[in-house]
Design a protein around this ligand. Structure first.
Ligand SMILES: Nc1ncnc2c1ncn2[C@@H]1O[C@H](COP(=O)(O)OP(=O)(O)OP(=O)(O)O)[C@@H](O)[C@H]1O
Length: 249
């Protein structure tokens, strides 16, 4: 872990030969151990980019490269919905990675992972009885169980109430602190991007139009942080431009 870098060079993605490009000449470099938070209006291609980084889809043109390792990394993705298997308990959901990697020496310490996400006492619980926040924490533990080199998070907190969301943000900050993972994190929420990202990027016009370096902003310092107004203004401007274009005759 901790030796992964990724680069997208001149990335273009269209979903059909006559479709407009969703990504267009996109360049992105994410450094070793960096958490890159991607914001952008709805439909700007954030999930598309994440799927491509996960190896679930391909660019139409351009390249995704992993310069430090050469080969595609072991990646784990957490989506907006936890997608747990309802017929398995919490422990079995988390140890799935172990069962499906029979040739690997992967041994999943479900207890330790659950402690990392603050759910130690629920190890044998029925997953259908978990709250949305608890289920999403199990999904995060399940992703970490794969010992990914690259963690991809596609609005993982988007469906949660504000209290569960803040709680899970704290757990993710802990994961960022305590592991050497590289991560790309999609969110609509600028505050969340600033709390969780080492760098925030705005996806606009099919490319990463702007990035901001974030140096250790904590929750208390967030409200009055000058970067917050700057990123919110750029995001708003971009969202307005998109909705104006959509409403144009
Ligand atoms: N499988 C697909 N086939 C065709 N078009 C697609 C497909 N997936 C996404 N698109 C289109 O690509 C564009 C970008 O979608 P994507 O889901 O990547 O955006 P997003 O920024 O993640 O949006 P949101 O914030 O609303 O989740 C949209 O216009 C969408 O309709």
């Amino acid at each position: 872990m901790g030796t992964l870098t990724l680069r997208v060079a001149d990335g273009t993605k269209r979903y059909g030969p006559y479709e407009p490009a969703v990504l267009c000449g996109l360049d992105l470099a994410v450094g070793e151990g960096e958490w890159f938070a991607l914001i952008g209006p709805s439909g700007s291609g954030k999930s598309t980019l994440l799927r491509i980084l996960a190896g679930l889809d391909e660019l139409s043109d351009g390249q995704v490269m992993f310069p430090a390792t050469g080969a595609p990394p072991r990646a784990a993705t957490v989506f907006q919905q936890p997608l747990l298997l309802p017929w398995l308990d919490v422990r079995a959901n988390i140890t799935l990675a172990e069962r499906f990697r029979a040739n690997d020496d992967l041994v999943v310490d479900a207890d330790a992972l659950l402690a990392t996400v603050g759910l130690g006492e629920l190890i044998d619980a029925d997953v259908t009885r978990l709250s949305g926040g608890q289920a999403q924490r199990v999904a995060l533990a399940r992703a970490l169980a794969r010992r990914p080199e690259l963690l991809l998070l596609d609005e993982p907190l988007g469906a949660l109430d504000p209290a569960s969301r803040a709680d899970l943000q704290d757990h993710l900050r802990r994961v960022r602190r305590e592991t050497a993972l590289t991560a790309v994190f999609v969110t609509h929420d600028v505050d969340e991007a600033l709390l969780l990202g080492d760098r925030v990027g705005l996806l606009s016009g099919g490319a990463v139009a702007r990035t901001w370096d974030v140096e250790g902003i904590d929750r208390d310092g967030l409200r009055d942080h000058p970067l917050r107004d700057e990123v919110v203004a750029a995001y708003r401007e971009d969202t307005t431009a998109v909705s104006d274009a959509a409403e144009a005759p």
